[in-house]
Ligand binder design. Structure first.
Ligand code: ADP
Ligand code: ASP
Ligand code: MG
Length: 406
């Protein structure tokens, strides 16, 4: 018997008609003789509403209570989908994360799945029921509810597909696959039939929110066949798989971007050993993740030190810099929270020179000023002013011939 895990995101379950549409799809799969486990997100906008409610009553919401609150969004959709399936004559049962026992660590709002109990799910499937599981949530050993970070339903689906050894994990969403870049920014973006785990992981970590990073990590690690498809139209979507020998590799597969960036600079700090850790130590201690780091060459025994953080943590990071700049005897601090990161990604880059200069040239021709650069084997990222985001993405898309029909 074939087994598929389907995951439907917020837009795909955005109202009761759409939930009925999902039920229809799942029912058809059952009629084809497939066993189906369905993972659903909260209805679109619901998680944001819950976050806003929390902030309206507590400045820094208590993480444990936040997870109790956030997990309710998905609880609504699982019940409605199970009802919609039953209404079609398709036996179905819903489970929250803690009912399944999706065990996670205790890092509230960004918990990691550690184990999933499958006996009940298997028994339901054997009895001919569709199993509907709430995405994005888990439970600790102690019984506390956790959530898996924004977009976490993708990870629930992949983890279930891994433990149940499903034939494929289908991520149903509001686009019909993974594109060369977000089609909302570049309408000429082209759908990819395949992309490697490595590239998808890079795209996701550089800001392409079509899949949560951890879901891609998980799928790669456990070799779960993963496919992004549309919940509104038929099609084979995009298969995420391992690099295949002999398959010609595109130089650049896609362009990712992240609007959620801010940069901070501490100027004129004495250039001595240990300075980087004196600056970044307190930042790390405050649980602020640092992305790019640039330290200038010193000319007058002092140096400038620049790094980027998530925009949401900009203020907190600035406060820390203000405090330590005095201790360090820095000349000045400055910051900018109107910057974005644009990246080109491709495994083909490994074996080709000249990609970076082509990227910088084409941006320069359009007058886009590059503020920071970082590279790895299969990606090049630049930080530019927020106002250049669309221009930069479209310029690079064209420069690397990624359009449809090319
Ligand atoms: P869901 O609610 O189904 O989880 P998401 O909003 O999380 O859906 O992800 C789908 C969205 O991801 C698309 O609507 C699209 O705007 C965005 N996206 C960003 N980058 C890409 C890309 N490279 N290919 C396809 N979609 C992308
Ligand atoms: N509902 C959660 C969110 O909005 C999880 C998800 O949709 O994957 O982030
Ligand atoms: Mg999503």
């Amino acid at each position: 018997m074939s087994l598929y895990v389907h995951k439907y995101g917020g837009t795909s379950v955005g109202d009761t008609d759409r939930i009925k549409n999902v039920a229809e799809r799942v029912h058809k799969a059952r009629q084809r003789g497939e066993d189906v486990v369905v993972v659903v997100s909260a209805m679109s906008g619901e998680t944001n509403k819950l976050v806003a409610l929390a902030h309206a009553v507590q400045e820094r919401p208590d993480p444990r209570e936040m997870d109790v609150l956030l997990s309710t969004g998905e609880q609504v959709t699982i019940a409605l989908l199970a009802m919609a399936l039953q209404a079609r004559g398709c036996p179905a049962v819903s489970y929250t994360g803690w009912q399944v026992k999706i065990l996670s660590d205790a890092s509230h709002t960004k918990a990691r799945i550690e184990d999933i109990q499958t006996a009940d799910i298997r028994a339901d499937l054997a009895a001919g029921r569709v199993v509907v599981v709430a995405g994005f949530q888990g439970v600790t050993e102690e019984g506390d509810i956790t959530t898996l970070g924004r977009g976490g339903s993708d990870t629930t689906a992949v983890a279930l597909a891994a433990v149940l050894e499903a034939d494929e994990c289908l991520i149903y969403t509001d686009v019909d696959g993974v594109y060369t870049t977000d089609p909302r920014v570049e309408p000429r973006a082209r759908k990819l039939d395949r992309i490697t785990f490595e590239e998808m992981l890079e795209m996701a970590s550089l800001g392409s929110k079509v899949l949560q990073i951890r879901s891609v990590e998980f799928a790669g690690k456990y070799n779960v066949p993963l496919r992004v498809v549309s919940s509104f139209q038929e099609g084979s979507g995009t298969l995420i798989s391992y690099e295949e020998a002999g398959v010609e590799k595109a130089l650049i597969s896609g362009i990712a971007f992240n609007r959620d960036e801010a940069k901070l600079t501490i100027q004129g700090v004495p250039d001595r050993p240990g300075i980087a850790s004196k600056i970044l130590g307190p930042i790390a201690a405050a649980n602020i993740e640092v992305d790019m780091i640039v330290q200038n060459v010193a000319e007058d025994q002092t140096t400038d030190f620049t790094f980027t953080v998530n925009r949401g943590e900009y203020k907190k990071a600035m406060e820390i810099l203000e405090r330590i700049s005095k201790e360090l005897g820095a000349r000045n601090i400055k910051g900018d929270d109107k910057i974005v990161k644009v990246s080109i990604v491709g495994v083909g880059m490994r074996s080709h020179a000249g990609i970076a200069s082509k990227m910088f040239d084409s941006l320069a021709k359009e007058g886009v000023n590059i503020r920071m650069i970082s590279t790895s084997e299969i990606k090049i990222s630049v930080v530019v002013d927020e106002k250049y985001l669309e221009l930069a993405v479209r310029t690079l898309h064209e420069a690397f011939d990624l359009e449809q029909g090319d």
